[in-house]
Design a protein around this ligand. Structure first.
Ligand SMILES: Nc1ncnc2c1ncn2[C@@H]1O[C@H](COP(=O)(O)OP(=O)(O)OP(=O)(O)O)[C@@H](O)[C@H]1O
Length: 903
């Protein structure tokens, strides 16, 4: 009886073997295959324990044997035995009744099955081959017959491998059932020997009473404890998987598993992969023996097709006899291969009519498919990847999220903590913008009287003057969400993206109303359309601008959305953007005044550790920093704190602040730059020339310091404090120009030759003179005309004749300044020498040195200057009692920046 079950083991092992074979041949899905194989091979032995003598729980051996695979019987029942073993349900030929959907196989088909199981992936161990004979009597599921027929007709394919597995599964299941029936019969017909019983002498020699005892045992007792546990009845088919059949009742699972392994099985059955051999092996084993029928060159491989019948007779056990299996070898070039083959055939004396045919085939279909569709698949893959790159997959960073606005959202609770008190200076701008705050906070106050609140405001001004800060403060004060986006973030290379981002931004704003939208650097998209057309226009930018115009028009008056925009170039913005109903308010935020700077200094001085008198300090620093924007001031204060920290100072002092300002304006001190004595003397006399001009010209700005320590790009500098002048007279301009030329004229007066050091001075003088002639109406010949300079220098805004007059006038003004300066310096040649020698000695001289050497300046100084730097000023690093100090930067002779806004 147990032998039938063992036959099912045989089938199970076919599957397991096949699966294992597949797992060996494929590196791709070993886990799936191993798992599946395990389901077949580890569960089946447990089932066999059910038909053994029931193991007693105390009987360790019996228990062990239940977990081990059974020793297979090699006994094949003879016809007489078969008769003896025949049960009542068997027909005359000993065949069992067929379940529905089952069929008996013909002898020829059984032979085919035997052939299949002799070699190849379904090969069975020799001792299990006898199990197949029982298939004659049990029949097989029809599905297996179909597969066998396909095998007969040569139409066996990938899907059929799955059918083989399913068929085997069903067969194993059925065999288990038959076995169970036989077990019942056996228990009723003892002591007659069952053909299924093991042929071991041990079982044959069992005493009759022992057998009878067994017979008398109740049926239930014959079941293993495990079978009992699972509630198996002896008349119901035992579960060959111990109740764990992974395929039972799971046809879809069967199909899935079968399909998954089918491909791998197919490749091993069909021998698609073949095996690589060397040329020598080919020659020795096949070529010399005349077994090669044909060779097919596929790329750099040659597939050897053997005469299968001849090969089988010579090498019966080789895989080469399997249909579809082919050996192959690699070649470097087709020519070399053909030559080698020809030589080999010549050596063998094969006549030309019998030569091995060589054909050429394209690479495998898979390769062709890969080549054909690979790039497309790769591209699609990349697109999908790019689309998921953004946070949350497909976010605004993803490629398909490019139409989403990139506006950052700040809310009252999160980032926007800025209040109007944090924005120093710009009182008028704050006043203007506060109206928006009241509108957002108490809209009814305005609506009650039928007033329409302005839709938006443009904050225009130089960089770093606090436009963004003011917008944030507006949001902070009104406690509404704040969406901040830069104009450049709307611009993409794809046409239409900008417009859709604008749509998205405004849609988000509407959802979050009341709120503030701030578009920084709006000139990136809001540039005048007529300007753009000069250079061919930019459709994308215009489409974006149009969308902004449309969206701002689309607000209804009750929608509490305020749009603020920041720009440094209000002059180039499109007029449609600036008209009432869109950006109604134009708020100019200029560089802060003296008072504004002082306020800003106070805001930032509060945040650092200093023992200085904040009122005095902020005033002095504000005087030292004309033209500084809020951002520059914030940077200076921070720089001072860094300098103090570098020197391990306990607090930040005035000295640190002045060093910081000098560094910001003049650049880093270049200690490594050592001038030779002649150069140093030239620099000293050059700077002394500037200093003397500043001291003796009435309208010159007050002199603060002269230095010949290289700093930034310059070799020396004279520092003046121009103050916040908003208007300049012609006299002031002439004095300033003359003072600027003082360096060169001093060189002329004291040396045989002049140097290149005055180049920057000439540039400034020329620019000033040109402005005087072309824009400030300070030339009688040109008259009160204004010629706007064309930034692109494409065409001059005046005629050729006017151009010549302008050139003549500019030259005349510079020459006047030159003469004025030369007259003074010739007169003060001795004083220049005194200052220059002092400079060579001390490298830096300050205002008090000048007073000591030249006497008091013959003209009164400005009030603010006197307050912080005059006689009554507190001791400061710029007084002579202090060690020489690289002091604050110049605003004129220093090559660094000229902070006068009109220059
Ligand atoms: N009035 C001010 N009060 C206090 N801090 C200021 C003021 N103006 C500027 N700042 C400082 O300068 C920094 C830069 O200012 P902000 O970004 O507002 O300048 P902006 O005018 O928008 O510049 P840009 O035109 O380059 O965008 C601010 O973060 C702040 O620290």
């Amino acid at each position: 009886m147990s032998s039938i079950l063992r036959r099912s083991t045989g089938f199970a092992r076919v599957a397991s073997h096949s699966l294992n074979a597949a797992s060996r041949t494929s590196l791709r899905t070993p886990r799936l295959l191993r798992t599946t194989a395990a389901a077949w091979s580890t569960q089946t032995p447990r089932y066999y324990s059910a038909d053994k003598k029931p193991p007693k729980p105390s009987d360790k051996e019996a228990g062990d044997s239940a977990d081990k695979p059974q020793v297979q019987s090699t006994h094949s029942p003879g016809p007489a035995e078969a008769d003896a073993q025949k049960t009542s349900s068997q027909d005359d030929d000993g065949r069992f009744p067929l379940p529905e959907g089952w069929v008996y196989l013909s002898e020829e088909q059984i032979e085919l099955v035997e052939d299949m199981t002799k070699s190849g992936p379904f090969k069975l161990p020799e001792q299990e081959m006898h199990a197949l004979r029982n298939v004659r009597r049990t029949g097989v599921p029809r599905i297996l017959l179909e597969v066998i027929e396909k095998k007969q007709t040569g139409t066996f394919g990938i899907p059929d491998v799955g059918k083989v597995i399913k068929g085997i599964n069903t067969l194993a299941w059925h065999l288990a059932k038959v076995n169970s029936e036989q077990e019942n019969n056996k228990s009723s017909s003892r002591p007659s020997r069952s053909y299924q019983e093991s042929s071991s002498n041990k079982s044959d020699k069992k005493p009759a009473d022992e057998n009878s005892q067994e017979k008398e045992q109740p049926q239930d007792a014959k079941q293993s404890p495990k079978s009992k546990e699972k509630g198996f009845k002896s008349n119901s088919p035992p579960d060959p998987f111990g109740g764990n059949n992974p395929l039972k009742g799971n046809d879809w699972l069967t199909t899935a598993i079968a399909t998954a392994v089918a491909y791998y099985l197919y490749t091993s059955i069909s021998g698609e992969s073949g095996r690589e051999i060397t040329w020598q092996e080919l020659q020795k084993n096949f070529l010399d023996k005349g077994l090669v029928e044909k060779m097919v060159v596929v790329g750099h491989k040659v597939v050897v097709e053997l005469n299968r019948e001849a090969t089988q007779s010579m090498y019966p056990d080789t895989a080469a006899t399997r249909s579809g299996f082919n050996y192959y070898f690699s070649i470097a070039s087709v020519e070399a291969f053909e030559r080698r083959l020809e030589d080999a055939q010549n050596e063998l004396g094969i006549p030309s009519s019998d030569r091995i045919p060589v054909s050429f085939a394209a690479e495998s279909n898979v390769m062709n498919l890969l080549l054909a569709f690979g790039p497309t698949v790769l591209l699609v893959g990349l697109l999908v990847y790019a689309s998921r790159r953004g946070p949350g997959g497909g976010g605004s960073n993803g490629i398909f999220g490019f139409s989403k606005s990139k506006a950052k959202r700040f809310s009252h609770e999160t980032a926007i903590k800025v209040k109007f008190s944090d924005v120093a200076g710009m009182d008028e701008a704050k006043q203007e913008i506060m109206e928006f705050v009241s509108f957002l906070k108490k809209p009814e106050r305005f609506q009650r009287l039928g007033a329409k609140i302005p839709r938006g405001a443009i904050l225009a001004g130089p960089p770093g003057t606090g436009k963004t800060l003011l917008a944030k403060a507006t949001a902070g004060e009104s406690g509404v969400p704040f969406f901040s986006v830069s104009g450049s973030e709307f611009v993409e290379m794809f046409v239409g993206v900008g417009a859709s981002r604008v749509r998205d931004l405004f849609a988000t704003a509407r959802k979050n109303a009341p709120c503030i939208v701030f578009i920084d650097e709006i000139d990136a998209i809001g540039r005048s359309r007529s300007e753009g057309q000069k250079f061919g226009g930019n459709d994308e930018r215009e489409a974006t601008l149009n969308q902004i115009l449309t969206e701002m028009d689309g607000f209804n008056t009750n929608e509490q959305i305020v749009v603020l925009a920041g720009t440094n170039r209000v002059d180039i913005l499109d007029r449609a953007l600036m008209r009432p109903g869109r950006f109604d308010r134009h708020i100019n935020i200029d560089a802060p005044t003296m008072a504004g700077r002082q306020d800003i200094f106070k805001v930032y001085l509060k945040k650092i550790v200093t023992n200085e008198d904040i009122e005095y300090l902020s005033g002095r620093l504000a005087t030292l920093t004309p033209g500084f924007a809020g951002a520059d001031i914030a940077n200076c204060v921070n720089e001072a704190a860094l300098i103090a920290a570098r020197g391990n100072a306990a607090t930040v002092t005035l000295l640190h602040f002045e060093q910081a300002i000098e560094r910001v304006v003049g650049g880093l001190e270049r200690k490594s730059l050592v001038l030779d004595p002649v150069e140093k003397k030239t620099v000293a006399y050059h700077e002394a020339g500037h200093a003397i001009c500043g001291w003796y010209f009435r309208y010159a700005d007050p002199l603060l310091k002269v230095s010949i320590i290289p700093r930034g790009k310059g070799l020396g500098y004279a520092q003046y404090l121009p103050g916040d002048a908003y208007l300049m007279s012609q006299n002031q301009l002439m004095d300033r120009m003359a003072m600027t030329l003082g360096g060169r004229i001093s060189e002329e007066l004291h040396f045989d030759t002049v140097t290149t050091g005055a180049s920057d001075d000439f540039s400034k003088v020329t620019r000033m003179a040109t402005l005087m002639v072309t824009q400030w109406g300070m030339s009688e010949k040109v008259g009160p005309l204004h010629f706007q300079n064309d930034e692109n220098k494409i065409h001059k805004p005046f005629s050729e004749t006017t151009g010549q007059i302008i050139d003549g006038e500019v030259k005349r003004i510079v020459e006047d300044a030159y003469r004025q300066c030369k007259d003074l310096l010739m007169e003060k040649k001795k004083e220049i020498g005194i200052i220059a020698e002092e400079l060579l000695k001390k490298e830096v001289i300050v205002r008090d040195d000048m007073v000591r050497l030249l006497g008091p300046r013959p003209f009164d100084d400005r009030d603010d200057f006197s307050k912080y730097f005059g006689e009554d000023a507190k001791n400061s690093p710029t007084t002579p009692t202090d060690p020489p100090l690289p002091s604050p930067a110049t605003f004129q002779q220093l090559n660094g920046k000229d902070t006068r806004r009109w220059l």
